[in-house]
Design a protein around this ligand. Structure first.
Ligand code: SF4
Length: 441
């Protein structure tokens, strides 16, 4: 039987132009990692920044199945360096999987390392508890709950609406556990605000702004579930837009404002822009027509794939193509029983979608699929997509981008191996370095 180490090293050998850091990072994102108790945090009362569960669970087990890691959270992210592959600093979002061949533990020398198949492969750094997490709002809520930061502090992640109005098997996207994640946090008695009041977000941002004296936080993302009717009397553009308006009034230009929302009609997209948003993410999720229809039944029914794509192109007229950055979920193309069965076919389909947008100056980006166990696709594909798909996607993504004369998208911080902070995919690690300074780690 081939060990995971052999698979990883084989891919590093066959794709030498994909950074080794990205190969390891993709494998950790697709399959998760285990933590010895010695490597867990003391939640919000210790010196290490804990996992905030900023939107989805991004775990391979439900909370009740995580054991100690459900009581003492793992860190939000880890940073890898050194080891036999001589890794440059690589920030990786934490997706917990007690059965993973990757394990973080603290050695007898007190140093934390990442092990693969029981052999140490990297030194592990953990994010220090930010000063702003040590303060609470006047109503007692934590900053981590209201305005968590990810990407080593670069991005403030504002999930304003913690559930999605695409609800149930006939509407929810088949790889998405937003609604389950809300339920499991509620069941565990954790604070988990369904709809975040504007005032709470402003107060949390006030605390961040005051204590983030190094100005590590550079951007905020407004996001949450899709709104097909109304929340608080507002439809989607006005619901998410109201936060941007309030933030930009209080802190004009302090951060780059981004919104992840549905592909909305042009007039709604214009409202986002008028509210002060600079970057729009109308995610197209998966390129293939049949897979979009099967995996995104709510979006297909309410909007439809062709209309979705047309709206993405329309939004480029409002934001400018550079500032329209639709996401896709890398890996779901290969999920059984309907996905592609070969890496060649899956890459060809994904490349077609990349070319469609990039030839029009729009730069999609991707997150690496985490097959969460309570989703239909996660249940039938607990191993996710093959690592080779993810490695070849990095190669293809860069090639299509460069062939179209594009560079790394704005609002993602530094690019390049050893410099990137974007943590839920290694696309930024595998692109050419840009001008943004890499943060000290
Ligand atoms: S639209 Fe789909 S991916 Fe987005 S939150 Fe709803 S179910 Fe999840």
């Amino acid at each position: 039987m081939t060990s995971r180490t052999e698979i990883v090293e084989d891919l590093m050998g066959r794709f030498p132009h994909v950074p080794r850091e990205a190969v390891i990072k993709e494998d950790l994102l697709r399959g998760g990692l285990a933590f010895d108790d010695s490597a867990l945090t003391d939640n919000e009362h210790g010196d290490v920044k804990p996992k905030s569960y900023f939107i989805f669970s991004f775990d391979h087990r439900t909370l009740p199945e995580l054991g100690t890691a459900a009581l003492r959270r793992p860190p939000e992210e880890i940073v890898l360096t050194g080891g036999p592959y001589e890794l440059r600093r690589t920030v990786v979002s934490v997706r917990t999987n007690p059965a993973s061949p990757y394990r973080v533990k603290t050695g007898d020398d007190g140093l934390m390392r990442l092990y693969l198949d029981d052999k140490p492969i990297a030194d592990v750094g953990v994010p220090p508890m930010p000063d702003y997490y040590r303060h609470t709002l006047t109503n007692g809520k934590s900053v981590m709950e209201v305005a968590p930061t990810i990407q080593w502090g670069y991005l403030i992640y504002l999930t304003a609406f913690r559930v999605c109005q695409y609800f149930g098997a006939k509407e929810e996207c088949q790889y998405c556990d937003i609604n389950h994640n809300w339920r499991q946090h509620k069941a565990a008695g954790r604070p988990y605000t369904g709809v975040k009041p504007v005032d709470e977000i402003l107060e949390a941002l006030e605390i961040i702004d005051k204590h983030d004296t190094a100005r590590t936080s550079q951007a905020y993302t407004l996001t949450g579930g899709s709104i097909t009717s109304h929340v608080g009397g507002k439809a989607e553009a006005d619901f998410y837009g109201q936060y941007a308006q309030a933030i930009e009034e209080r802190f004009p230009g302090r951060w780059i404002g981004k919104v992840v929302a549905q592909a909305l009609p042009k007039a709604d997209v214009q409202r986002f822009k008028d509210y002060g948003i600079q970057i729009y993410h109308p995610n197209y999720e998966v390129w293939d027509k049949k897979l979009f229809e099967l995996y995104c039944p709510g979006k297909e029914r309410y909007v439809g794939r062709e209309e979705w794509h047309r709206r993405i192109l329309d939004s480029a007229e409002i934001f400018g193509p550079r500032n329209v950055i639709p996401n896709f979920v890398a890996g779901v193309e290969m999920a059984a029983p309907h996905g592609f069965t070969t890496v060649d076919e899956a890459i060809a389909s994904t490349a077609e979608g990349l070319e469609y947008f990039m030839s029009r100056g729009i730069t999609p980006r991707f997150t690496t699929w985490c097959p969460e166990p309570t989703t239909p696709l996660g249940r039938t594909n607990p191993q996710g997509a093959p690592l080779e798909y993810h490695v070849r996607l990095l190669e293809t993504y860069r090639a299509v981008m460069e062939a179209n004369g594009l560079t790394s998208p704005p609002g993602y911080g530094p690019a390049g191996a050893g410099r990137a902070v974007f943590s839920v995919s290694s696309f930024m690690d595998s692109l050419a370095p840009n001008d943004e300074p890499a943060p000290a780690v």
